[in-house]
Design a protein around this ligand. Structure first.
Ligand code: ATR
Length: 261
């Protein structure tokens, strides 16, 4: 039996085990995926080596700190400054970032090249999303509560920065919320002003608890196309699965497994 796992803190509520184990079973792969709540990145990397763990997911707060403890880092992950996936290739630990392609995957059917994509937020999730959109030649707008952080990200991906106070004036084809607003919104708090939503827009939220955030509800009311955070979560997991096994998992099965869990 091959061992795969997740390192994070917290890690207890991760949906990783249910979807990866369902996919291993579906593809007849003799492997098991476990979640470990750990204290530090060095210990996590050492565990991979000691226990011959074949692959790992790395999540908050270790996506940056794990980088100095592994042997090779994919250029895209290096540019984003975060690793969410480890592949153990005969003792050589390789780091990748599948959040990046996952942000793009649900948008591919709508076409990204030449479209204006507004990213709300400038944290780790925003960096991965921005690099994914840049690679697809999207025209990027960054908006963020803290201007300095927003401008810094905008510079790295050739994007325009628009201050949060001017969000109502943003004209874009796609809106992507990467902030945690939506998980536990305060009264009337929403990641993007509903007045600025138009029916032609595609609106995506990386938050998936709840599945229908206030932003997605407002977008539905306006007649926009909506993409929930589970789509991106599953896409990043599917990309990990493929890196580990060389097999493309059934993403509908992954999604149904989470929804019925
Ligand atoms: P992650 O790695 O998950 O992206 P992060 O690095 O802490 O998390 O980034 C969180 C992002 O959400 C930031 O862009 C943050 O804005 P600031 O740069 O101003 O801190 C944004 N964010 C979180 N809570 C917010 C809130 N209540 N209102 C506006 N922006 C918020």
């Amino acid at each position: 039996t091959r061992l795969y796992c997740l390192f994070g803190n917290p890690a207890r509520h991760s949906k990783g085990p249910v979807i990866h184990n369902a996919a291993f079973k579906d593809k007849d792969i003799n492997a098991v995926y476990l979640a470990f709540e750990v204290q530090d990145a060095a210990g996590a990397a050492q565990a991979v080596r000691t226990l011959d763990i074949k692959g790992a997911s790395v999540t908050i707060p270790f996506k940056e700190s794990i980088m100095e403890h592994i042997d090779w880092i994919d250029p895209t992950a290096r540019a984003i400054g975060a690793v969410n996936t480890i592949v153990n290739e005969n003792g050589v630990l390789k780091g990748y970032n599948t959040d990046c392609q996952a942000a793009v995957a649900p948008l591919v059917p709508f076409g990204i090249s030449g479209k204006t994509v507004c990213i709300v937020g400038a944290g780790g999730a925003a960096r991965a999303v921005a690099h994914g959109i840049e690679a697809q030649n999207g025209d990027i707008i960054i908006t963020n509560r803290t201007e300095q952080k927003g401008r810094a990200l905008a510079e790295t991906v050739n994007a325009r920065f628009i201050p949060a106070e001017e969000m109502e004036n943003i004209q874009a084809d796609v809106i992507i919320n990467t902030t945690s607003i939506g998980m536990t919104p305060k009264e009337n708090e929403i990641s993007f002003p509903p007045e600025a939503l138009r029916s032609e827009m595609v609106v995506m939220d990386v938050v998936y608890t709840p599945l229908r955030t206030r932003l997605l509800e407002a977008a539905e009311q306006k007649g926009c196309t909506t993409i929930d955070g589970l789509s991106m979560f599953i896409a990043q997991a599917a990309a990990q699965f493929e890196l580990w096994t060389g097999i493309i998992p059934d993403t509908d099965l992954m999604r149904n497994t989470i929804i019925n869990d």
